[in-house]
Each structure stands twice: as C-alpha cells, then as structure tokens.
Design a protein around this ligand. Structure first.
Ligand SMILES: *Cc1c(COP(=O)(O)O)cnc(C)c1O
Length: 504
C-alpha cells in the first residue's frame, strides 16, 4: 500500500527499453532548431534544466501502474450504486467497436466524401435519440450534461430575443442537480428555487405562483433526483407554456424512461441526455462525455452549427451526408468539430444492439432493481417520503440511526469494507443524510442481495459498535480523508527536490 511516486523510484542511468543501434547518420538538432529554443543550451535559453523524467525499468513501470489501478474502484470490480450517476456495466463490445480503425483514424478535416460512414452514424444516432425522447431534432455537440444544459438555455435565450421578449428567470426545484443553477447562471439567468411538495414532487400550485412573464424556463429533472416521476408534468408544462415560458427537462435520468415515456409528448421543449450515463460510455474519473440536446420545433432553428444533413442523389449517387453551416438563427458552435465522436459510436452500437424492446427492458429492469432494494431496506433505513414505488433510484435517510450517533458518512465509508462503492450521499439536499441508491439494470439479484445484507449488517453494527463505523474503512490505502482540505488546498504536482528551484 505504500507506493512511492515513480520519480522516487528513479535511479540515474536505469533504462526501460534498449533500442537497437541506429544505422543513420547522426545530426545535431541545433542545426534544425535555433539554439535558444533548446533546453539546457545557450545563454538566452528559457529552459536550462534537463527533462525531469524518472529513470526506471519496464517492470517497475508496469508494477507501479498496476498497483495504482488496484487501489481504484470501478464498475468492473464491484457494485457501484452511485445515485444520479447511472454507473452501470457497459458491454465491452462497444469499446471494441469504438476502437475500430475506421472510426479512430479519420479526422474531421477529411473531405466529407471520405467520412460518409461517420456522418451517417451521427445522423442516425440523432434520429434514434429523437425517437427515444420524442423530440423534433437532436444535436450531438455538447460534451456533457452540464454543457447540454447550457446549450439548451442559450437556445431559449435566443428564441426569446427573436420573439422580442426579455425574460430573466429560470425556475429550478430544490431537488435539482447543482449543474442546473450553474448552467442557468452561465447563460445569464437568475435562478428561482421551487420547493418540492410533501410527496417529493413539484406541485401545480408552486408553479402557478412562481410562473410569471419574467420566467424564461422551468428546469425540471424527470424522474427527479429523489427517483420519483414528476406526476404533474403535463399540467405543469401547460401552465409554463400558457405564460410564455419553456420547459427544460434535465434528462440525466433517461435510464428510467427509455421505451416507456417520450418526454416530447409530455410538453417538454428541450432535454439534454448524458450518453456517458444511459448509453454505454463508462464514466467517472473525468473522462470525455457527451450531452446531446433534443428540442421541439420552435427551438430547432437555434441548434448549434453545424448540423448534419442527408440528401439523395445530390453530390453522389444514392444517399449522402454533409455538414450544414448556413443556419442564420443558430446559437453557433459549442464544441470543436461535432462533439466527442467515440462516445457516439458506443451509444449507436448500444442502441442498435438493444433495439426498442431491449431499451425498454433496460429501463424496466433498472426500475425493478431499485424498487427491490427500497422494499427490502425500508424497515432498516428510513424512507424520507411516503412509501410509493420509485423509478430507477431509491433514496433513504439516516434519521433512524440518530440514537446510535452514526451518520450517513459512516455507513458509506463502512460499505467500502464490504467491497461495495458507497451510494451517492447527502444529495438531494432536501433529504437530511440522504443515501441515494441507483442499482441500475446490470446487477443480478444475487448482487442486490449482497448489498442489502451489507446494509443490514452495518445497521446492526451501528447499534452494537458505533465507534467501529466512525473509523471505517479499514481495508483501503487511506481511511478517512479530510475532504474539505483536499478541495481547498489541493496538491497537484510533485517533483524531485533538486528541481524545485527551477520552477520557483
Ligand atoms: C449527472 C447529472 C447532471 C450533469 O451531467 P454531467 O454530464 O456530469 O455534466 C445533471 N443533472 C443530473 C440530474 C445528473 O444526474
């Protein structure tokens, strides 16, 4: 568990590889690059030290990184019920497909005649996502959910301008993900928080009261972050529309809706999706994402440029695909080229292989699994709201543990000792000590039973040996970390002491 950084393993002169002797004449690089640009050279050199590379053997490198990878937790190593994140197992075949040479060796600057397959894939993926969400048109440009939210709000803003209206506010329920108010702020709107009702959903009355001619949009997550379907969404949308606003649905929870509900038919004007949650891109660790946005007819002209266009027999025989840039009302470009392509390939592969029936089963199974956990654990951990069926995630609270002095954080940390990644905790914030469990469709009943048994065992431990829980976990490299300090005083780089001065 005590793994030094690679630099500390460095031994001067040690080599990882020994290439064969070269058989071409030696050339002095300074003949090619002006001397002042070279490291460790010349009076005027900007950089006067040698590159600080660790000198290690191949085996040391392999073992170092393999050991580091083993400290990590991932969906490939265990149950990862992180609510709101949809951490599901994704078929490895989609990784293989995304790595095919035909996809990885093309470049967006190639002539369109050479990238017809990629354009067709993106065009068809837009069509599938439009079908799944019930929206008129989709853009694949945004690179994450939050980026998609910004995209949607910028379109709303531009559309309002075209209507000659100036609306400054966005309504956001108190259960919303933090990106909703952040994106609204970035798009220049003021955020008005809406309190959820006694059953965890937004009430018609609260919308009637808040919805005036200064409101540009309501941003609603459905199902919301309590895992509950916003049952009044149709009537809510009607009120918002009557008073000239737009309904933005945060579609990060699409894993609960595929094949079951088409948001466009419920009155949603714009929705963002997270391909890295619902559609087969593994996430976590800050890897690339994709946050396509779907819109209804009124917002379609404002979609980012370029769009992908399909034509028959114009430039070539048969169908051809091209980028369309001439869209005068567009909000412009949001991302280099057309977004994160490899993620689209995975989503395309996933949707094609599941098909309509398969996608519906994904959502049904995700919902079934969450309800199974909710039913089995509701006598051990409190449910913050009435015991109604949930969608794809179940939220518990730690109120029942109060007497033991153990809280949600202790339960989460102890789960690690049981080989399980903690669920999302302390979110949504309307629930005190929230424990938000999203099992996803990919877990077996045996796995769910193991999780339930672990949670029950921890609840027993809370009564019998609370101090044990307060010090958990015991099986990891580090136990409790000071999370506040880690965020406030991050230590982002390390370098050998003798090189420090070079950077001072
Ligand atoms: C994950 C999530 C987001 C943000 O998506 P990113 O892709 O992380 O930017 C927004 N809303 C909800 C409800 C989410 O779960």
């Amino acid at each position: 568990m005590e793994e030094p950084v690679l630099f500390e393993r460095s031994v001067s002169g040690r080599r990882g590889v020994s290439p064969a002797e070269h058989d071409v004449p030696v050339t002095d690089v300074s003949a090619l690059i002006p001397e002042r640009f070279l490291r460790s050279q010349g009076e005027e050199a900007e950089t006067t030290y040698d590159p600080m590379l660790p000198e290690v053997s191949e085996l040391e490198v392999v073992r170092h990184y393999t050991r580091l990878s083993q400290w990590n937790f991932g969906v490939d190593t265990g149950f990862y019920p992180l609510g709101s994140c949809t951490m599901k197992y994704n078929p490895k075949i989609n990784e293989d497909i995304a790595r095919l040479d035909g996809f990885t060796t093309i470049h967006p600057y190639l002539d369109e005649s050479l990238t017809q397959g990629a354009l067709k894939l993106m065009y068809e993926l837009e069509g599938y996502l439009a079908e799944i969400t019930g929206m008129e048109a989709i853009t694949l440009q945004p690179s994450a959910g939050a980026h998609g939210e910004l995209c949607g709000l910028l379109m709303i803003s531009k559309c309002l301008k075209a209507r000659g209206e100036h609306r400054t506010k966005v309504l956001i329920p108190d259960t919303a993900h933090g990106t909703n108010p952040a994106s609204s702020h970035l798009a220049g709107f003021k955020v008005v928080q809406i309190e959820s009702g006694a059953d965890g959903c937004i009430t018609l009355d609260s919308i009637k009261e808040a919805m005036d001619t200064d409101v540009a949009a309501l941003m609603l997550t459905n199902p919301n972050t309590l895992g509950l379907f916003e049952h009044d969404i149709v009537e809510i949308a009607e009120i918002v529309h009557e008073r000239g606003g737009f309904v933005f649905c945060d579609g990060a929870n699409m894993n609960a809706l595929m094949g079951l509900v088409r948001l466009g038919e419920l009155g949603v004007d714009v929705v963002q999706l997270n391909l890295h949650k619902t559609f087969s891109t593994p996430h976590g660790g800050g890897g690339p994402g994709s946050g396509p946005v779907g819109v209804g007819a009124e917002l379609a002209p404002y979609l980012p440029t370029p769009r992908i266009k399909k034509e028959s027999g114009i430039k070539r025989e048969g169908e051809s695909y091209s980028f369309e840039y001439d869209r005068p009302d567009s909000i412009g470009r949001l991302k280099a080229f057309y977004g994160n392509f490899a993620i689209m390939v995975r989503a395309y592969g996933y949707i094609r292989r599941c098909g309509p029936v398969g996608l519906r089963r994904v959502s049904e199974t995700a919902i079934l699994n969450a309800n199974y956990i909710k039913q089995r654990l509701k006598s051990t951990f409190d449910l913050p709201y009435d015991d109604k069926p949930c969608m794809h995630e179940a939220v518990f609270s730690d109120t029942g543990l109060k007497e033991t002095g153990v809280n949600t954080m202790d339960v989460a940390k102890r789960l690690i000792d049981y080989g399980i990644h903690p669920p999302t905790v302390y979110f949504p914030m309307v629930v005190g000590g929230a424990i938000m469990v999203e099992p996803t469709e990919t877990e077996s009943k045996a796995e769910l039973d193991d999780f339930i048994a672990a949670m029950e065992a921890i609840a027993e431990e809370a009564k019998e040996k609370p101090e044990l829980l307060r010090n958990a976990p015991f099986t990891t490299k580090v136990s409790r970390v000071d999370e506040t300090r880690a965020a406030r005083v991050p230590k982002l780089k390390w370098m050998p002491k003798d090189h420090m001065t070079a950077f001072d």
